[in-house]
Design a protein around this ligand. Structure first.
Ligand SMILES: Cc1cc2nc3c(=O)[nH]c(=O)nc-3n(C[C@H](O)[C@H](O)[C@H](O)COP(=O)(O)OP(=O)(O)OC[C@H]3O[C@@H](n4cnc5c(N)ncnc54)[C@H](O)[C@@H]3O)c2cc1C
Length: 494
């Protein structure tokens, strides 16, 4: 990738006119503050070069825009809230940022099939409101991402939510997609390609995966059919304090694998302090727990819920007997009554203000998926790297797919406008990703620097196949270039 391939100047007037002809002049933004905002995000990833922000209002406009860009070799980067925390919607090589927030319809909602069809601009907040009104017997796997972020983008990124332990990561919740391909063709995947009801990905060839975890590099998804889970009438959230990470991991491993619980997630001590409003240097006092495990369970009837609470007690006792240290479980609602500041942990979707609203505004992470039996090694290695660099050890862990694998995520808050702090966080994130890959964890929502590390280690055939798929679906290389190491379009005149 050469420097010359970056487009950074103003778009030619005739191109602006053509774009206005597609989406309407009011939906093409060229002003400097808008372009600057679209060229960066809250992470340490290098800024890009948005030349125009274009906001289509229909799928037909998305198709016309992409076909237009394909003919002219102009990069197109799709984006909704730009809160992916991996620099994944930064227009590294310039071109058009395609803001999809105007495509915000819930197109279909089928309580019987347990499916909802959403456009990219539908947010977690929108979905929660819709389900409360129209689908009271269904639920979704809620992410901790802010309510204004995209449900569809989260699913395409294989995100994680409150039902990921029971049903797996969000990519698996996709029953089918309606995708705008690079030449403007619109294609459906999943059973939806044949049946009017997008009931699943089986039994057709599974083409949905061509767009999952590809970060918008193979097509722009205009609609996603997403599974909804049954919502049981009773539910509760319990909290168990663990004196050390190892005790938390041991508990989560058994809870993840025993098929009783919806979710078990752990957070380390700095989260508790930050939620409490602590600022400045965070210090763990002696005797304070290292981690907090949050356990979700739901049930049809009281006796079932009581039995699940008994299962939690049983496994906690088993983990204690193995020499670990765990406090007795307590009810999250009770905690919130005593300490209202913990309220954001009691409801979903939620806003974790302490991550988003702090001096400097920078937020980033290395989030990985990997085997849960390596949590201890990975958790300690990541904490060491964070602490050596002067960051509090914020670690979030969760079993996925009944404990088949797990999440291990290291979070850093920093000052985005301080070059020294940005350099420090870049070194730390890279070192963390490298250490995790060496142990066997793989960074998800993969930032460009981690893609380089993955490409160094990946199976050669996998890389050949990946590059062939990209070339087949986007031969001109216009779709979100720079992600997954894909080159930008050659030439082109903007
Ligand atoms: C405080 C905080 C907490 C978070 N917690 C979680 C969590 O618990 N679990 C979790 O999974 N995530 C979490 N996230 C990450 C992230 O917010 C979510 O994944 C979110 O849903 C992404 O939505 P977005 O609108 O920000 O996507 P964007 O950042 O706008 O887009 C994400 C990616 O998808 C591509 N894209 C966007 N739309 C399309 C489309 N229509 N077709 C093809 N490609 C497209 C973009 O180019 C980009 O590569 C968190 C983020 C924050 C800030």
């Amino acid at each position: 990738m050469t420097e010359a391939a970056v487009r950074s100047g103003p778009l030619d007037a005739d191109l602006v006119e053509e774009l206005s002809g597609i989406v309407g002049g009011a939906h093409v933004s060229l002003d400097r503050p808008t372009l600057d905002a679209a060229s960066r995000d809250c992470t340490e990833n290098p800024e890009g070069h948005a030349q125009a922000v274009v906001s289509p209002g229909t799928e037909a406009e998305v198709a016309a825009l992409v076909a237009w860009a394909n003919e002219r070799g102009v990069p197109v980067t799709p984006v909704v809230a730009n809160q992916n925390l991996g620099g994944l919607a930064i227009p590294t090589f310039g071109g058009i940022v395609c803001d999809l927030r105007r495509l915000n319809r819930i197109v279909a909602s089928d309580a019987e099939a347990g499916v909802v069809v959403v456009e990219p601009g539908v947010t977690f907040g929108d979905l929660a409101t819709h389900m409360e009104r129209h689908l009271p017997d269904r639920t979704y796997s809620w992410s901790f991402s802010p309510p204004h972020t995209s449900v569809l983008a989260n699913a395409l990124l294989d995100g994680l939510g409150t039902l990921s332990n029971r049903y797996g990561p969000q990519g698996l919740w996709i029953n089918g997609l309606e995708v705008v391909l690079a030449d403007g063709t619109i294609a459906r995947t999943g059973a939806w390609a044949v049946s009017p009801v997008p009931f699943g990905r089986a039994p057709l060839p599974d083409l949905t995966g061509l767009f999952v975890n590809l970060q918008g590099t193979t097509g722009i998804v205009a609609k996603a059919a997403l599974q909804l889970a049954p919502r049981l009438p009773l539910s509760t959230r319990r909290v168990v304090l663990a004196s050390d990470l190892e005790s938390a991991f041991a508990l989560m491993r058994v809870l993840g694998g025993c098929t009783t619980f919806d979710d078990a997630a752990s957070m380390t001590w700095p989260v508790a302090k930050l939620m409490f409003g602590a600022t400045g240097e965070l210090v763990r006092q002696s005797g304070e727990p290292e981690a907090m495990v949050v356990v979700d369970m739901s049930a049809n009837i009281e006796v079932e819920l009581k039995a699940k609470l008994a299962v939690l007690d049983h496994f906690r006792a088993e983990v204690l007997a193995a020499g670990h240290h765990l406090e007795p479980p307590f009810d999250m609602e009770q905690l919130v009554r005593f300490v209202p500041r913990y309220e954001p942990l009691a409801r979903m979707p939620t806003t974790l203000e302490f991550l988003l609203d702090h001096p400097g505004g920078g937020l980033t992470w290395v989030g990985t998926y990997g085997p849960t039996h390596w949590w201890e090694e990975g958790g300690r290695a990541g904490c060491r790297i964070l602490e050596d660099a002067g960051f509090p050890p914020i670690v979030v862990t969760r079993p996925m797919a009944n404990g088949h694998f797990g999440v291990l995520r290291f979070i850093c808050l920093f000052d985005r406008d301080d070059p020294d702090d940005v350099a420090r966080v870049r070194r730390t994130m890279r070192a963390t990703a490298e250490a995790m890959l060496d142990i066997g964890f793989i960074p998800y929502k993969t930032p460009a620097y981690a893609v380089d590390l993955i490409r160094e280690r990946a199976d050669a055939g996998f890389l050949t196949l990946l590059d062939r798929v990209k070339h087949a679906l986007d031969p001109a290389g216009i779709l979100n270039p720079g992600r997954w190491g894909f080159a930008p379009p050659a030439g082109g005149d903007t």
